[in-house]
Design a protein around this ligand. Structure first.
Ligand code: SF4
Length: 326
């Protein structure tokens, strides 16, 4: 496992609703190398969940491609699509709504194994269910429980076990700890870190919280109104952002030291994310950007390299954040 490369090329998704055409995702491209974790960050409505759903073909893109080791997931059908889906699994935010309330944990996991014809007979599948439970830190006693008899953290562990049942190479994790109590978030995050190491998995980790993704991710992509605003290794993106939006997101993460917190200068995010039916012309961030100039209202900034492997979609990235800016 873990030798897979995922290439996303110019993904676009528009929905037609009563209010007009929603530009949910508007030209997203990135690569995920074997064993890598890419964090996909942004406020709600930025298109990160739609992007996640297009990766695993729960949503069909309007245009663009998703290539898994060179095979186009967006155009695959039948047996080929089933094979590709096995290799890329999704873990959802709310395990309560993605688990069948009438099935025990063993039935849920056993069914996935049966559908994918994994294991030789019922005994084999029973022992595989035991292995999966152990892998996600649930004891054998969880086997006969129904979802309502489990805590939120335990339910998410079942959600992770269900994704792992088909031995995927890539996990797409859509806000996997956001619905959980703060006290159990760290446990589930640690579990994800351990599984990635032990199984050689690659992750696309989606979150609205830059603080959450930065320590788990090798690289981070920050999305705004359906586009990538900034992309690069996690440390420079979170410590020295090259886009005003990322800077505002970073500043929204509180500093644990109250003295530092009281004294630091923050660039607070002004206003709401604009409506994706009528996205602003030019730079999509310009109505909220403290540095917006005239050009920003008409010219769309390209996502381009600022410093090594660190890309930003801002006309004034260099002027604002030259090399000596902390
Ligand atoms: Fe702000 Fe202009 Fe840069 Fe957009 S291009 S982030 S509006 S300075």
């Amino acid at each position: 496992m873990g030798a897979v490369t995922l290439v996303v090329e110019d993904l676009v998704k528009t929905f037609h609703g009563p209010a007009g055409t929603v530009h949910a995702v508007d030209g997203v491209s990135f690569r995920l190398e074997p064993g890598e974790t890419l964090g996909l960050v942004g406020e709600s409505g930025c298109g990160k969940s739609t992007t996640a759903r297009m990766l695993v073909r729960l949503v069909r893109p309007t245009s663009g491609r998703v290539l898994l080791d060179g095979t186009d997931v967006t155009r695959a059908r039948g047996a080929e699509l089933a094979r590709l889906r096995r290799r890329m699994q999704m873990v959802f935010q709310d395990p309560s709504s993605s688990l069948d309330p009438r099935r025990t944990v063993a039935q849920t996991l056993g069914e996935v194994l049966a559908v994918h014809r994994l294991g030789r007979g019922a005994d084999d599948r029973r022992s595989r269910v035991g292995e999966l439970l152990e892998m996600v830190g649930l004891g054998a006693s969880a086997r006969h429980r129904y979802p309502h008899q489990l805590s939120g953290g335990q339910r998410q562990r079942v959600g992770i076990a269900r994704a792992l049942a088909v031995e995927p190479e890539v996990l797409v994790l859509d806000e996997p700890v956001s619905a959980l109590d703060v006290s159990v978030r760290a446990e589930v995050m640690n579990l994800l870190v351990r599984l990635r190491r032990e199984l050689g998995l690659s992750y696309v980790f989606i979150s609205h919280d830059l603080g959450m993704v930065r320590h788990l991710s090798d690289r981070v992509a920050v999305m705004y109104l359906g586009r990538i605003a900034e992309l690069g290794p996690w440390r420079p993106v979170s410590d020295e952002p090259r886009h005003p939006y990322t800077r505002a997101l970073r500043d929204a993460v509180p500093v644990p030291d109250p003295v530092v917190e009281a004294e630091r200068e923050v660039s607070a995010l002004r206003g709401e994310v604009p409506d994706a039916v009528h996205p602003p012309a030019g730079c999509p961030f310009h109505p909220r950007c403290p540095h917006a100039a005239e050009r920003c209202g008409s010219d769309v900034p390209a996502l381009r390299t600022t410093v090594e492997a660190h890309l930003a979609a801002c006309h004034y990235s260099e002027q604002l954040y030259g090399d000596d800016v902390p």
